[in-house]
Design a binder for this molecule. Structure first.
Ligand code: ADP
Length: 460
């Protein structure tokens, strides 16, 4: 299926740094930009930077940024021919995509059917098995009988991970250490999943004890072309939230890189994917890798991929949405150097990472003073000095992205850039990021998803 969908006005259905980042590329491509906002964001940076801004509703996200009819109406009123959803909010909402299709507005993202295919973990795993994408050993069948599930867990071997099929955001997930604890864990998980997702179906996976989180950036156009833009290592997480990301993933052989990349493209093709997507894998110490999920949107951490490939992924998204072919073929894509991203959150690491609010009396980074090369340092931010940080939304203020000729050089630059960041008036996790980025084990690439947990004593 091919689409030709030209548009000259783009509405960005998001806020904060990603709204600003998407509009930057849209402007560079000569598009008119439309921002949307809630009452809490009436004077936010993304509103100030847009050509036109339309109010959606009150501060609560479900009454503004999550409100499908309000966003569609804003597009109509502003004459926007396309909507970029950013990440979060409506970005993976199939009903939203269908509403846009009906209104004749281009969605900058995949078809609703591809979102649906990845929305349910059990169904997604069945599709992936079909496409020859490696799965964690486990059970994802329809039969949900207690005794059967327990027999499957025993067969897989403990520890196992129970996951809600309908789950997300780390909810409805539990590690089971032994056959004795299985039934209680199953009951608990079902209750949690019923409460959060209105669905009790479970899947079971072998629990990997020291995996790395390695994800592959894929891109497909509507003409049947698909490529991978290599991988990112996002193993440094706190409660399943990514904190520090890098590209490429350290220690990958060229053969493994190609194998994972090709598996990711197969995954995307299997579901008729179009646009930017990320296939997340767990990578075991022995080099085996397993499909975890596919995120059907642009990821927070996409800039590290841009840094090592020299490509603008938002530009690719917009071109694909206009019906164009992918700008490059697989053999035209290469990796240059190394990149890190650190997520700056308004939160207090001293107080169990409690979200922080207030007025930013200063938000600046003196690159020149720190002797940093502006071509190697990028600050993607949704705020400026004087802005108010409220409690209504995700507390991420900005992302600091750096590039170096190799990992050590990039890490040194990251540390200097973190030191050059001057944020006052709101508590942030900057010092925590500095401890992470200077940690000997991080420098030595001793990465796995429990990195922060393991090094608690030296990080806090
Ligand atoms: P959610 O959709 O709720 O985020 P995921 O399936 O993506 O759930 O898993 C979230 C995190 O849990 C992963 O990033 C990884 O750190 C960990 N995880 C998931 N599956 C396994 C597994 N089989 N073994 C070990 N860790 C896992």
């Amino acid at each position: 299926m091919s689409r030709s969908n030209t548009f000259d006005t783009l509405l960005v259905a998001n806020r904060g740094e990603i709204a600003c980042r998407v509009m930057r590329t849209a402007r560079a491509m000569g598009l008119r930009t439309v921002a949307v906002y809630s009452d809490a964001d009436a004077n936010a940076r993304h509103v100030r930077e847009a050509d036109e801004a339309i109010r959606l509703g009150p501060a609560a996200a479900r009454e503004s940024y999550l409100k499908v009819e309000a966003v569609v109406e804003a597009a109509r009123r502003s004459g926007a021919g396309a909507i970029h959803p950013g990440y979060g909010f409506l970005s993976e909402n199939g009903a939203f995509v269908e509403a846009l299709d009906q209104a004749g507005i281009v969605f900058v993202g995949p078809p609703a059917s591809a979102i649906a295919a990845m929305g349910d973990k059990s169904a997604a795993k069945a599709r992936m098995a079909n496409a020859g994408v490696p799965l964690v050993p486990g059970y994802h069948g329809d039969d949900q009988d207690d005794a059967l599930l327990k027999a499957e867990a025993d067969k897989i071997g403990y520890p196992v991970l129970l996951k809600a099929s309908a789950g997300g955001g780390g909810k409805g997930m539990r590690v089971v250490e032994s056959t004795e604890g299985f039934q209680a864990a199953l009951d608990g998980c079902r209750r949690e999943s019923q409460a959060a997702f209105g669905d009790q179906r479970m899947l079971i996976e072998k629990y990997l004890t020291q995996p790395r989180h390695v994800e592959v950036q894929v891109f497909c156009d509507s003409h049947g072309n698909g490529v991978y833009l290599f991988e990112r290592d996002c193993s440094v997480q706190r409660r399943h939230q990514k904190v520090l990301e890098e590209a490429p993933a350290p220690g990958m052989s060229e053969a493994l890189r190609r194998e994972m990349g090709e598996a990711a493209v197969r995954a995307a093709r299997e579901i008729g994917y179009v646009g930017a997507g990320t296939v997340e894998f767990l990578l075991d110490a022995d080099g085996s890798f397993f499909f975890m999920e596919m995120n059907t949107r642009l990821q927070v951490e996409h800039p590290v991929t841009e840094m090592i490939t020299g490509q603008d992924l938002v530009e690719w998204q917009l071109r694909v949405a206009m019906g164009e072919r992918l700008p490059l073929a697989q053999d035209e894509l290469t990796i240059t150097g190394h990149s890190f991203e650190a997520r700056l959150y308004a939160e207090d690491p001293e107080q169990d990472f409690l979200p922080a609010t207030g007025t930013l009396t200063r938000f600046a980074m003196d690159l020149e003073g720190a002797g940093l090369d502006p071509a190697r340092v990028r600050l993607d931010s949704g705020v400026e000095t004087g802005d108010v940080v409220s409690m209504h939304y995700d507390p991420m203020l900005a992302k600091l992205i750096v590039h170096g000729n190799d990992r050590n050089q990039a890490l040194a630059t990251l540390n200097r850039a973190l030191a050059a960041l001057d944020v006052q008036g709101v508590v942030t996790n900057r010092a925590f990021l500095q401890r992470l980025a200077t940690h000997p084990a991080f420098k030595a690439c001793e990465l796995d998803t429990r990195f922060i947990e393991k090094h608690e004593e030296t990080l806090f």
